[in-house]
Design a protein around this ligand. Sequence first.
Ligand code: KIV
Ligand code: ZN
Length: 513
Amino acid sequence: MSQKEQIIIFDTTLRDGEQSPGASMNIEEKVRIAHQLERLNVDVMEAGFPIASDGDFEAVKKIAQTIKGLQIAGLSRANNMDIDRAWEALQYAGERGRIHTFIATSDIHMQHKLKMSEQQVLETAIAAVKRAVGYTPNVEFSAEDAARTRLPFLAQIIEAVIEAGATTVNIPDTVGYTIPSEYFNIISYLKEHVSNIDKAIISVHCHNDLGLSVANSLAAVQAGARQVECTINGIGERAGNCSLEEVVMALRTRYDILPFTTNVATEQIIPSSKLLTTITGIQVQQNKAIVGANAFAHEAGIHQHGMLMNAETYEIMTPESVGLNANKLVLGKHSGRHAFIDRLKELGYDLNKEEIQKAFVRFKSLADMKKEIFDEDLDAIVADEVLRVTETYKLLQMSVSSGSFTAPTATVEMEVNGEVKKTAMMGDGPVDATFKAIKELTGSEAPLLNFSVGAITGGTDAQGECTVRLRSAEGREVLGQGAHPDIIVASAKAYINALNKIVSIAKRMQGDI
Ligand code: KIV
Ligand code: ZN
C-alpha cells in the first residue's frame, strides 16, 4: 500500500464510555469533555443516547448546538421512537449530525434478547436505516455482536442497510471475544461478499474483555476498515473499549507498516486523559500505555544511561508528542496571575474569567501552605474549584479533634440546598466522624463502598487526594474526589463530591429508559 490513507476516529467516550460504572457525567461535564474532544480533533464524537433519559437528550442537544467543525453522533435502537428522538437532539448539528442506529445480529442475541428471527432483524434494520435517512444522509448502522454473527447473515444485513442508505457500517465486537486474525478475516469476508461495500465506510468497535481491543482494531484497519470507534483512557462497559490514545499512537508510531494517518492532535492526548480522570474520578493504571504515570518514566539505571546517550534507545515516541510537558514549571507564593494563567493554558485548561478567578484564589491560599506548587497541584485546584459538581451540597468549614487521648470528633458546617447547617459527631476515627457529620447534615443513606487516600506530589506538605465510592439508591456506583493539604478536609470534599454526583445523576435520570 503506497498511498496514505485516512482513518476516521470516532470517539464514544460520552456514550459507551459513560456507560461504565462510576463514569456518569452531567450535562456541563459532558460539554466540557466535548470541547476537549474538539481540541483533540477527533472526526466524530458520539455524544450520547438521546432516548435513554432527558439528561442524555439535553446533553446531545447542547453538544450539537455548541460544538462546531466535527460530526456529532447520537445512538438509537432500530425503532422509530429512538430514531426520531435522536434526530430531535442532533438536528442542531445540521449535516454534521449522524444517526447511529443498531440491532443485534448474532444468534445468541436474536434468540434470547430480541426473540426475533433473522428475517425480522433484517427487516427491522432496513426500516430503521430508511427512517434515519429521512432525516439525514449521515447514517451509521451497527450490527451488535457482529463478531459472533453468522458471516453469511452479517454480509446480507450489511448489504441491505447500505442499499437502504447507511453510509457507515459498524462491525462491533460487543463482548470483546474476537482475536486479531479472526477479526481480520471477518472484515475481509465482508469486503469480498458485500457487493456494495465500496459505498460505505467500514467501522470497527472493539471491547477489551480479552485485552485485545486495540490489536483487533488495528487488524481490522489492515483488512480495510476505515473508521475506528474508541474512548479516551479506554473507558467503557466491563473491561472498556478500544483506547483512543493507544490506537492513534500505534498508527502514528508504526506508520512504516501501518501507513494510515488520523486527524488527531496527539499533543492533546494527555490533557484529554487528565480531564476525563478528573471529571469521572476513574484513575488510569500507573503502567497504562501512553497515559499512565509510568508510561514515559525510566527507572532502571541501564535505561537511564541509554536515554542520556540517545532518547531513542528506549523511547519509541516522545512525551511531547502526547502532550506530556517535560517542563514542570514550579509556581510559588510570589508567582503572579499571568504566570498562573499561562500555566493553566499550557496544561490544556480553557477556563472563563470567573473560573480563573476561583482557581487563582485557591492557588494563593495553597501557596501560603505549600512552598512549591506543581502541575499536579494545579490539576487538583482546577478539578476542585471548577470541574466538580457542587450544586446541592457545599463544604463551608470544618474542624476535627483526634489523637490517642481524645475521642475523634468532627464539627462540620455545610450549605445544603442553600441553607447553612452545622453539626458535630464522634466516630471511630477522624474520617469516620467527618463522614457521620456529613451524613447527618445531608440525610444521605448511600453506602460507602470504598475510600482511598493518596498524595498528589511528594513531600510532607503535599496535597492529599481522596476518592470515595458510594452506591446510590438506584444501585449506581458513584465516585467522588477531593484534594487539600489536610487529608481529612480532602476526605470530606471527596464524600460531598460523590453525594453531589448522586443528586445530579438522579436529576438526569428522570425519564430514564
Ligand atoms: O458494543 C456495541 O456493540 C455497541 C453498539 C451499540 C455499537 O456499543
Ligand atoms: Zn460498545
